[in-house]
Structure formats: structure tokens, C-alpha cells
Design a protein around this ligand. Structure first.
Ligand code: SF4
Ligand code: SF4
Length: 359
């Protein structure tokens, strides 16, 4: 009860705030619509809790217009507050009442049938070793990334078990849809798969997978007994251990910080160290590092509104293009695919291009 009171106070505090964080909110910046700004969202959440809203369907629809990026929480004047928690609570309610955007509903249905949001069937399980490399549903669809990963892993000389592919997903699409029972089942399936592999650590390309398999699983009462590591941490360790020989290069690279990697995992420095260690000249967009902007994500995963998602993507593409770099690089397979118009690469591809065999 005391906890509920504290939560109500937090949302009321946000609903009355000066809303300066909206200048970091990609959906507000891309659309100019006040209703999607953090404070206005909070105000509607607070009104809804008091049953002041006449059109609840409209309200629940609006809850699917946040990119769930975390920029507002990163720039919030309160340390103990994350608006996404409240938006997610409203999504759980929307899911229970069946008021979810069409794309979100389709993704949930596909997930239920195939165990992943893309309707893929192939299950990858090859190699042996006490380190696992989880091929997320988004990495699985990216053949260039898979090829680059194979090249990098084989040059590293480490024994690594690859698993995942089309038939496995951390469950994040269900979490964002508000389907908490489905999410729990997906987390339990992932836990069982990892235990079967008997690995001591798992490397993952997707920042959302990393956040999901740690923080979100914990919230659902599921704890994995292995270390979950993002690919940039793994590459960084390989470079520091001298396991990759590298040719130097002098073209320029702009790094797009994926929102979850920056805001939730606080990994802005590592990818930049890798890029400069590879010999590239690093360029920065105006919004970068801990001030990055979300790419917009995929339809129905986070933002459930096509036009709003496209506006966010358009804004980010222009910010990146303004740097006029030779190469654009990121560390999230979804960002790579969403920002494909500027020939975005995943950081592993950059490593694989530069790597030479160590004697
Ligand atoms: S998220 Fe934080 S800074 Fe933004 S409006 Fe709410 S309380 Fe204010
Ligand atoms: S999570 Fe991102 S998109 Fe949603 S309100 Fe906060 S800053 Fe805006």
C-alpha cells in the first residue's frame, strides 16, 4: 500500500513538472505533438488512475506512442523515476482489455505461433564452448551481420557455442505489448535453453535483449545464472586481450548510439573506443552518447503508430546524415535495419572488415 502511494506521488509529481525533458523526447521532437511529451503522458496516466478520462480507448492507444527509449528518464530531474514503468503498466491494462494497435496484436499472435515475432522456424545450435553467442531474432535476419560475426569469432580462436536464430526470442516484443504471461513463458524458455547449453556467459548483439534478459527477467522473478554481455563488451575484451590483429584505417565513422545501449546499459564509451582502436576518425552527430535519439524501432514493437515511427526515423536519419561520415555504424541490429537508408553497419561488420589472422 505504501509502495502504491509512493508510485502515485511519483506520477503526480511528473504530471505537474515543467516538462523540460520533452526536448530530449524523440516522439515529441519528431511530431511536435504535446500529447506525446513525457509530462502530458504522465498527466493522462494520473487522470486515468483517478478515472477522470471519458475515452479510455484513446488513452490506451496513446500509451503505444512512446518509443520506450528512456530519454526522459535519463534527462529527468528526479533520480528515482522512469516514466516507462507507468506507460508499461498502462500497456498491460490495454493488453488485458484487448485495446492494442493492430501491428502489436499481429506480432503477439506470430510470437505465440512461432516463438518469435518474425515467424521464423530455423533453430541454430552449433559449435561448442563455455561462452554462448545468442543470435537474436533481429540478428538472425541480418545475413551480413551473421557472416561478420562468424569471421570475428573464428579469428578470435575462442570456442564459442552459437545458438538462437529464428525460433528463439528473449520475449521483449511481448513485454512491450503488455502481454506479461506470454513474456514470462518466453523468459522461462530462454532460461531453460541457456541452462541446457551449460555456458558461463552469453554474448548478445541486441541491447534490448541484454536489458530484457537481465532487468526485465528479474522484474518477472526470473534470474539467469550466467553473465549476459553485449557484443561491444565482448569485442572490447578481444581487442584488449590481443586476440584480434587489426589493420589500421583512416576513413570517418559516425556511431549511432542505440537508445537502450546508452540510456539503460550506459555503454557509450566502449563502441567509441573500438572504432578509434580500429583506426577510424570518429564523428559525432549533435545528439549522441547519453543524449542520443532513438531510431524509432520497428513497427508495433515499441511505437505502435506507423506515421509517428516514420517521423522519428526521419529525424534521426537527418541528424546522422549531417555528420557526412564515410561510414555509419551502430550496435543494435534493429537500429541497423531501421536506419538502412544510410547504409548503416553493425559494429561487428567493421571489426570483421579490418581483422587479420593472429599468428
Ligand atoms: S519525466 Fe521527469 S523531467 Fe520529465 S516531465 Fe516527468 S518528472 Fe519532469
Ligand atoms: S520513453 Fe522516450 S518516447 Fe517515451 S516519453 Fe520518454 S523520451 Fe518520449
Amino acid at each position: 500500500m505504501a509502495e502504491d502511494k509512493k508510485e502515485t506521488e511519483k506520477i503526480a509529481r511528473c504530471a505537474m513538472c515543467a516538462d523540460m525533458c520533452k526536448y530530449s523526447c524523440p516522439t515529441y521532437l519528431a511530431s511536435g505533438r504535446e500529447t506525446v511529451s513525457p509530462q502530458k503522458m504522465a498527466r493522462l496516466i494520473a487522470y486515468n488512475e483517478k478515472s477522470f478520462l471519458e475515452d479510455e480507448k484513446n488513452f490506451l492507444d496513446l500509451m503505444f506512442q512512446s518509443a520506450m527509449c528512456g530519454a526522459c528518464s535519463r534527462h529527468c530531474i528526479y533520480d528515482d523515476y522512469d516514466l516507462r514503468k507507468f506507460i508499461h503498466k498502462a500497456r498491460v491494462k490495454a493488453f488485458a482489455s484487448g485495446v492494442i494497435p493492430e501491428d502489436v496484436r499481429k506480432r503477439v499472435e506470430t510470437f505465440r505461433e512461432f516463438g518469435n515475432p518474425n515467424g521464423e522456424r530455423e533453430l541454430i545450435d552449433r559449435g561448442a564452448g563455455d561462452i554462448g553467442y545468442f543470435i537474436s531474432c533481429s540478428s538472425y535476419r541480418d545475413k551480413d551481420l551473421l557472416k561478420a560475426t562468424e569471421k570475428m569469432l573464428s579469428k578470435s580462436g575462442l570456442a564459442i557455442r552459437r545458438f538462437g536464430g529464428g525460433d528463439m526470442c528473449c520475449g521483449a516484443p511481448l513485454y512491450y505489448a503488455g502481454d506479461m504471461e506470454g513474456f514470462r513463458q518466453a523468459s522461462l524458455k530462454m532460461k531453460a535453453e541457456i541452462e541446457k547449453k551449460q555456458v558461463r556467459g552469453v554474448v548478445v548483439d541486441c541491447p534490448t535483449c541484454v536489458k530484457t534478459m537481465t532487468e526485465m527477467y528479474r522484474h518477472a522473478g526470473i534470474e539467469l545464472d550466467v553473465e549476459i554481455m553485449h557484443t561491444v563488451q565482448f569485442i572490447d575484451a578481444l581487442l584488449k586481450q590481443g586476440k584480434l590483429g587489426l589493420r589500421k584505417e583512416d576513413r570517418s565513422v559516425t556511431f549511432h548510439d542505440p537508445c537502450i545501449l546508452s540510456y539503460d546499459l550506459a555503454m557509450c564509451g566502449t563502441p567509441r573506443e573500438i572504432i578509434t582502436a580500429l583506426g577510424f576518425n570518429l564523428k559525432e552527430p549533435v545528439y549522441s552518447g547519453e543524449h542520443t535519439h532513438c531510431c524509432g524501432g520497428t513497427y508495433g514493437a515499441k511505437i505502435g503508430d506507423h506515421r509517428l515511427k516514420d517521423a522519428v526515423t526521419f529525424m534521426r536519419l537527418n541528424e546522422l546524415r549531417d555528420t557526412a561520415a564515410d561510414i555509419y555504424v551502430t550496435a543494435c541490429p534493429t537500429c541497423k535495419s531501421v536506419l538502412s537508408e544510410i547504409n548503416m553497419k553493425y559494429i561487428t561488420e567493421l571489426v570483421a572488415e579490418r581483422v587479420i589472422a593472429k599468428r
